[in-house]
Design a binder for this molecule. Structure first.
Ligand SMILES: Cc1ncc(COP(=O)(O)O)c(C=O)c1O
Length: 458
């Protein structure tokens, strides 16, 4: 009992105990000393152990799309946990919620993506995408097709293969050697593209097609007979909310078809409405062969992710003479699937995909109104309800600040002091609030970010 009382302690004490007992994702003990210990959430708000309220500017980690404190999601988990808390999903064993969720995803996702494998999160989804691609080619008699082409600035998780696909080099050094057979090509980054007139051996090609052609060059360099799959996020999230030109993914699809390379879309962030469509490639009329998802499928209330594959891939697995030796204990967890089914129902009932599109436009408008004239705001960008503000030293030349100046980190700290909690990548401040956030809070986010910017940059 006394122990219980002692535990109702100050944030300083909690952080001391935390640091003595926990290792965190992206562990950095120095940075964590000024961390938060969160105790409650409601809607788009988070409350820390000091009792201070913050706007959850990134929906947790891009996942809490339905906001905090949703009783329906807790109820869905409770009901399922009381009925059947766990059962194996290995061959020979299944459960009704997993079947229902797969059927529902077949209706919701891209045409042709109609068979599903569940994981506990996004990295496992990417591992599964890579392993299903390699297995597919082996079973089709092309065992040399094993390489994975991914992109610079792409983020796919931190397990070893997902980390090897990730194209943000800071994730590698402590853990190398990386898994062999992973190649990176440049991502489209319109703001950092060669300025008009400065580039181009093929002046008639757009930037989108030129940068997509990097995939063709890489496939030809490696040999099409060695490449299994191209892995890409439709909109780069962790890399800094970078939106491709409209003609990029249609061209990617053509290249994958031409060289018999599977296209695996990492929609771990973009899936389930974040970009204002159920799935982001819908913006460009493109269908992947493999779809990776996680995060918003349960709104973060249960760890669940997975992949969907087309019937061609599923058919090859069905006909295989050997089992697909890939498995997770928690694949198709009944409580996770029950929460996902409820979350998807809420997205439909509350028309939240359209709301995400509308609120994204509102937020981008508010950011423009508050920040567009600031001399160090290089670009305000976004797709649907994922947005970013990129700060630069010189707006005309787009020259970045020196990393030692820590501009992004300082603006992040000032924003927190004003009640906005989100994340930065370098000097790019990213935003992806819950779909249920009220409009006036969107204006407040823009106001806080403007004031934090002034505090750091004048
Ligand atoms: C696009 C993308 N893929 C994969 C992942 C990894 O997901 P997880 O952290 O659930 O393993 C993330 C996480 O942010 C992500 O943004």
């Amino acid at each position: 009992m006394l122990g219980g009382l002692r535990r109702a302690s100050s944030v300083g004490d909690l952080l001391t105990r935390d640091l003595a007992s926990l290792i965190h994702p992206l562990h950095d003990a120095r940075a964590h000393r000024a961390g938060h210990v969160w105790v409650r959430g409601h809607g788009a708000m988070l409350i820390d152990a000091d009792g201070k309220e913050y706007i959850d500017g990134l929906s947790g980690l891009w996942n809490v799309a339905l906001g905090h404190g949703r009783v329906e999601l807790a109820e869905a988990a409770r009901e399922q946990l009381q009925t059947l808390g766990y059962v194996s999903g290995y061959t020979g064993s299944s459960n009704e919620r997993a079947i229902e969720l797969a059927e529902r995803l077949a209706r919701l996702t891209y045409p042709g993506i109609d068979r599903f494998f569940f994981t506990s999160g996004g990295a496992e989804a990417n591992e599964s995408a890579i392993k299903v691609a390699r297995a597919y080619w082996k079973l089709r008699g092309q065992p040399t097709k094993t390489k994975v082409i991914a992109r610079e600035l792409g983020y796919h998780g931190t397990t070893l293969a997902a980390m090897s696909a990730t194209g943000i080099a800071g994730y590698w050094p402590l853990f190398e050697p990386r898994v062999p057979g992973f190649i990176h090509i440049p991502s489209p980054y319109p703001y950092r593209a060669p300025r008009r007139g400065a580039s181009s051996d093929a002046p008639e090609a757009t930037y989108g097609v030129t940068i997509a052609n990097e995939l063709e060059k890489a496939i030809l360099r490696e040999g099409p007979e060695t490449v299994a799959v191209f892995l890409a996020e439709p909109v780069l999230g962790v890399g800094g909310v970078i939106v491709p030109p409209d003609d990029y993914f249609p061209r990617i699809r053509q290249i994958c078809d031409r060289y018999d390379v599977l296209f695996a879309a990492d929609e771990v962030i973009t899936g389930f409405g974040r970009t204002g469509r159920w799935f982001a490639l819908e913006h460009w009329g493109v269908v992947p062969d493999i779809l990776q998802f996680a995060k918003a499928i349960t709104s973060g209330y249960f760890p669940l992710g997975g992949i969907g594959v087309n019937s061609e891939i599923a058919g090859v697995l069905d006909e295989a003479p050997v089992p697909w030796m890939h498995a997770y204990t928690y694949s198709g967890h009944p409580a996770g699937c029950a929460v996902a089914l409820r979350a998807l129902q809420i997205i439909e009932d509350e028309n939240l995909v359209a709301e995400a599109a509308r609120k994204g436009a509102h937020l981008i408008g508010a950011l423009h109104a508050c920040l567009a004239d600031h001399p160090h705001v290089g670009e305000i960008r976004g797709k649907g309800f994922m947005c970013a503000v990129e700060f630069v030293k010189d707006r005309d030349t787009r020259m970045p600040f020196a990393p030692e100046e820590q501009i992004g980190a300082r603006i992040h700290a000032e924003a927190q002091a004003r009640g906005l909690f989100s994340r930065v990548r370098g000097d790019v401040f990213v935003l992806a609030p819950p779909f249920v956030i009220p409009d006036d809070l969107l204006d407040r986010i823009a106001g806080i970010l403007a004031s934090a910017t002034t505090a750091v940059l004048g």
